[in-house]
Design a protein around this ligand. Sequence first.
Ligand code: FMN
Length: 174
Amino acid sequence: MNLLQIMQNRRSVRNYTGEKIPKEKLDKILQAGLLSASGRNKKPWEFVVVQEKETLEKLSHCRVGAAKMLKNAGCAILVFANPDKTDVWVEDCSIAMSNMHLMADSLGLGSCWIQGRLREAENGESTEAYCRTLLSVPNEYVLEAILSIGILEEHPKAHTLEELERGKIHYEAY
Ligand SMILES: Cc1cc2nc3c(=O)[nH]c(=O)nc-3n(C[C@H](O)[C@H](O)[C@H](O)COP(=O)(O)O)c2cc1C
């Protein structure tokens, strides 16, 4: 598949078998994250990889209704950042998330972006505070997002080029 086809095929997948993610595939996903571009090459991210079932179950409560898929995931990658390193940590971490999501899909795995920043856990804490306590993350780090990864039950249909909103493109001037 060429890059455009990989992008068309990338979908948010929330149903997993519960099986573990093969180590070679997980390594490639993490490499894709570490290869990401970042402003002034500051690389403000820290990736916390969770594979233990019990911790994944606890993590599934980190959002109100939006992180339930973590219960059956094979893995979660939490992207934290040190905002003192750069004022564009949100952009930097978003690129890392996006690259890992694409890589997971291209390897035949299901994955989904779970928003962490500005969101709440089921117990009323911020998602960030909930995850920080659960995973012993030092106070200077803030949470961007979580990538859930799992062995697919079924892959949704690829996006088609015909469905693209070409009206969002404005040439020369708006
Ligand atoms: C910034 C961002 C936040 C998202 N947050 C969540 C989330 O918390 N939970 C979830 O299930 N999906 C989440 N998604 C996935 C979107 O719902 C999904 O990308 C969108 O519906 C388009 O579907 P597709 O990814 O299959 O093309 C998020 C995606 C992005 C980019």
